[in-house]
Design a protein around this ligand. Structure first.
Ligand code: GLA
Length: 382
């Protein structure tokens, strides 16, 4: 993805030589999965892959957008009934609508965008798209919206225009990312800390199964509902429990007979995952990557057996990592397909990747894609 290609297309389509150029990245997450809608902790970082957009106000009340990678255009207005039919355009429309709902004044614009965050791989291509436009419009129109609110605008776009009841992690990471740093975010208080991350002697690498699950959004929303039901049940006895983040296994066991077995399993995973984020934070302070890795395997196990958001291909890659003595490995992001994230010692890296590619191909007929993780800056103007 180069800025120049986007610019050329913009000039081609709209004849203007001087649009503004903005970018916002995808993300990885070290640990803390499906915790962000449970008031708990996440540990993401922005990556060197994202969306780049050329944008120029056009003096009308219409948006004229072109998705370069799909070679598809859409024109739409700014009123609620102007919802475009193109899936990708709904994200841009949603961001505009959510800004307007908050009292911001949006004007029409021309735009071309392209991206290199793989779609459906669990690296948050959609948050990158939302954050690019939220950040750009705020900057160009001088709206004075802070970055937390921009993240919420992206999240509300998912809720209200895409139908995914996601948490705040992806949009937060895309907007607040900082080169060479992960961020530990408390999604209840929205307090966060940057953690320098350059694990000496280890690399982070993503292996993408290239499995995309169409049912992912409804399955995701069902997980969230399970968690809310479990939290509601616990709150009957413990009024201080706002989210599952505030609950203990003891409290959950008290309501075991009142909730379904499935809801119990989902809640158990979240309560255990919350503890794992604390354990990883402590381990990182001591450069103890063995513990970090062990917790990653525990997360995978929980996501596979209790939260049930893994799939055969992801479990296969996880087993393969274990077999190759990879320090840590787990499914990353929402799950149901996409990537595993692997923390691997530098001396084992090459062999692991070579074997993962060939063994995966033998079984599933195609190689997984390999992405080396480069922790990068968040949304910005180029
Ligand atoms: C998706 C959602 C996030 C988060 C993760 C799972 O990426 O958008 O809010 O819930 O899944 O951790």
């Amino acid at each position: 993805m180069t800025k120049q290609i986007i610019l050329n297309k913009f000039i081609d389509l709209f004849g203007d030589q001087n649009p503004e150029i903005y970018t916002s990245p995808g993300r990885i997450n070290l640990i803390g999965e499906h915790t962000d809608y449970n008031g708990s902790f996440v540990f993401p970082g922005a990556i060197d892959k994202g969306i780049i957009a050329a944008i120029k106000l056009n003096g009308t009340d219409k948006i004229n957008a072109f998705a370069l990678d799909l070679e598809d255009g859409a024109v739409f207005g700014l009123n609620e009934e102007d919802l475009p039919k193109e899936g990708w355009a709904k994200y841009i429309f949603g961001v505009c609508r959510e800004i307007i709902k908050r009292g911001g004044k949006i004007e029409g614009f021309d735009t071309v965008f392209s991206g290199d965050v793989p779609l459906g791989a669990g690296m948050s291509s959609s948050a990158a798209l939302e954050s690019t436009y939220a950040f750009a419009l705020n900057d160009m129109l001088d709206l004075g919206i802070d970055k937390f609110e921009l993240a919420k605008i992206g999240q509300a776009t998912e809720h209200n225009y895409v139908g995914v009841k996601c948490g705040i992690m992806d949009q937060f990471a895309s907007l607040f990312g900082k080169k060479d740093h992960l961020m530990r975010l408390d999604t209840k208080s929205m307090e966060f800390e940057y953690y320098p991350f350059h694990p000496e002697g280890y690399s982070l690498v993503l292996l993408d199964t290239r499995v995309a699950h169409e049912l992912a959004s409804s399955a995701y929303n069902k997980r969230r509902e399970s968690c809310e039901r479990a939290a509601d049940a616990i709150r009957e006895n413990h009024s201080e429990v706002e989210f599952l983040r505030d609950a203990s296994m003891e409290m959950l066991n008290e309501v075991k007979k009142d909730i379904s077995e499935e809801d119990f399993m989902r809640a158990q995973y979240v309560i255990e995952e919350t503890q794992r984020v604390h354990d990883v934070s402590d381990a990182l302070q001591k450069d103890d990557y063995e513990t970090v890795g062990q917790k990653m395997y525990e997360t995978h196990h929980g996501m596979s057996k209790l939260y049930e958001v893994s799939c055969e291909e992801l479990d296969f890659l996880n087993d393969l990592a274990k077999k190759h003595q990879v320090t840590g490995s787990r499914v990353m992001g929402g799950g149901f397909g996409g990537c595993t994230i692997n923390l691997v010692k530098d001396e084992l890296y090459q062999q692991f990747i070579t074997d993962a590619k060939s063994e995966f191909k033998d079984k599933y007929g195609h190689e997984p894609k390999v992405y080396d993780v480069v922790i990068s800056d968040g949304a910005r103007k180029l």
